[in-house]
Ligand binder design. Structure first.
Ligand SMILES: C[S@@+](CC[C@H](N)C(=O)[O-])C[C@H]1O[C@@H](n2cnc3c(N)ncnc32)[C@H](O)[C@@H]1O
Length: 269
């Protein structure tokens, strides 16, 4: 099993990754925002977001009056988040704190009523011992009665082996960037590693300039996939009791065709 800087998803390895993140329609339209916002509002205290990135969820949560700490390993993603926070009110800014750190090895003084690991950031943690290290850090950060919510995608079997996924498929095109540039993105699986439960993924950005010139930029990273009971076992080994498993952000139960696996857990015992 490879453990390298790529183990954090490669968000810092190329500057365009953080630059383009907020332009990706599938991210800005992702249907998880209301789900996480409701959880944060309902929690009787502060929230910690692991892998907060550019603040897609962190900023709306702070706007809703909730104190939130965002932890991320990528300086570039945090820098985007900081820039966005500069345009927010003083009240919103005062409710946020950004920490550059690794979700598999962190300790904060504060304890939290809610810890969230949204948008599959846990899938960037490849090795079992690091997954458990992450969950134990989370367990230590939870206040009494606090809740931990983690999401990963539910695996579609073909995506573990079907070579059709090695061809680039277009996700979006024609998105306007600054300076008259436009952005297109494709996705492909570069390699399958079924024995170790991860795929080498490539998100490929094509930037077209006003003069017609273009650039092809590749964000390559390994992505771990999980099965339902594997996550339940990991949580149990790390001191959690699972309270709910949802299959989507509408809180529907996990079913064969659910796109997500969302685990809601409390400290065991
Ligand atoms: C898919 S993005 C999600 C960002 C944000 N939560 C959102 O929903 O838009 C995953 C984030 O996890 C961060 N990340 C990956 N591995 C990490 C690690 N080991 N520790 C902390 N952050 C990590 C990346 O830097 C990236 O910002």
């Amino acid at each position: 099993m490879r453990t390298s800087p790529h183990d954090a998803g490669g968000y810092d390895s190329r500057s365009f990754v953080a630059e383009f993140y907020d332009f990706v329609p599938a991210y800005s339209n992702r249907p998880d925002a209301a789900f996480y916002l409701d959880l944060a509002r309902a929690a009787a205290g502060a929230t910690l977001e692991l892998g907060c990135g550019t603040g897609r969820l962190l900023i709306p949560i702070a706007r809703a009056g909730v104190e939130i700490v965002g932890l991320d390993r990528s300086q570039a993603m945090l820098q985007r988040c900081r820039q966005k926070l500069e345009t927010e009110s003083e009240a919103v800014r005062s409710r946020t704190q950004l920490v550059n750190g690794d979700m598999t090895d962190f300790e904060l003084k504060q304890r939290f009523q809610l810890v969230i690991a949204p948008f599959r950031c846990f899938q960037h943690v490849l090795a079992v011992e690091r997954q458990i290290a992450c969950l134990r850090c989370v367990r230590r950060q939870l206040a009494a009665g606090g809740t931990f919510v983690l999401d990963v995608f539910q695996v579609q079997a073909a995506r573990m082996h079907d070579t059709a996924f090695m061809q680039e498929s277009v996700e979006f095109e024609g998105v306007a960037l600054s300076g008259g540039r436009t952005l297109k993105r494709t996705f492909r699986t570069a390699a399958f590693h079924r024995g170790e439960q991860y795929n080498d993924c490539e998100l490929i950005y094509y930037v077209t300039k006003p003069d017609g010139g273009s650039e092809r930029l590749v964000h390559a990273f390994p992505l771990r996939y999980f099965f339902r009971y594997e996550v339940e076992h990991l949580l149990a080994r790390s001191g959690f009791a699972v309270e709910d498993v949802f299959g989507d952000y509408d809180r529907s139960p996990l079913a064969d065709d659910s796109p997500e696996m969302i685990f809601v857990a409390k400290a065991a015992g």
